[in-house]
Design a binder for this molecule. Structure first.
Ligand SMILES: O=C(O)CCC(=O)C(=O)O
Ligand SMILES: [Fe+2]
Length: 212
């Protein structure tokens, strides 16, 4: 469903173009990941991503008063992992994105914008399962930006564009050969993408825990 062309001239064409560019990057990333992982051929991930099941989210965090107190609960987006294969995340220059240090649970470090055309490449839950935890689905959140002496009474608005790349719903995700052994067994049972996504969405609405 698109807004009328006369209400937002060029919007649909620009987004379509953007989404095509992201899809091309996603295809290259899947090939690069296949080449980099042990025991699979170059087309491995392509065969689980034939449907282009991706979606682009246009996020706007409005300008609000600064939180009255410093607290980790003051997030603009709470800590979470992305549940697809990978996410390409584009952010403006306001800052606030933070990733959890995998070696220090609960410690978040800033992932500041580098240049306007830089993209943050986030591993998602499915890739973590395929790689048997070799690649970690990054826990991340959006905190209020750093406040300085010349900040006004409001925190600046933030825009970001995450492009979420999912896998084919009927695909079965299990640890790929070469990521497990007798001494390092597969950590997760095989699961279909549909079931994993359904469970995750239910968990988001409070039905049951996220990770199987
Ligand atoms: O706004 C951001 O930079 C992060 C958004 C995000 O993590 C998400 O939508 O999953
Ligand atoms: Fe996210």
């Amino acid at each position: 469903m698109w807004p009328d062309e006369e209400d937002l001239p060029g919007f649909r064409a620009a987004l379509q173009h953007w989404s095509d560019l992201c899809s091309a990057v996603r295809n290259k990333a899947l090939t690069a990941l296949s080449i980099g992982m042990p025991g699979i051929d170059k087309g491995f991930f392509d065969s689980y991503h034939s449907h282009q099941d991706n979606y682009l989210r246009l996020l706007h965090y409005p300008s609000l008063p600064w939180p009255a107190t410093e607290s980790p609960d003051n997030t603009r987006t709470g800590a979470h992992t992305d549940f697809g294969t990978l996410t390409l995340l584009f952010q403006d220059n306001v800052g606030g994105l933070e990733v959890e240090d995998p070696k220090r649970p609960g410690v978040f470090v800033p992932a500041p914008p580098v240049t306007p055309s830089t993209c943050v490449f986030n591993i998602g839950d499915l890739l973590q399962r395929w790689s048997n935890d070799g690649l970690r689905s990054t826990t991340h959140r959006v905190a209020p930006p750093r406040r300085s002496a010349d900040s006004g009474p409001l925190q600046p608005e933030r825009f970001s564009l995450p492009y979420f790349c999912g896998a084919d719903a009927e695909a079965i995700v299990k640890a790929i050969p070469g990521t497990f052994s007798e001494t390092n067994p597969a950590k997760y049972p095989p699961i279909s993408v549909r079931e994993y996504v359904d469970r995750h969405v239910l968990a988001m609405y409070g039905a049951e825990p996220t990770k199987a």
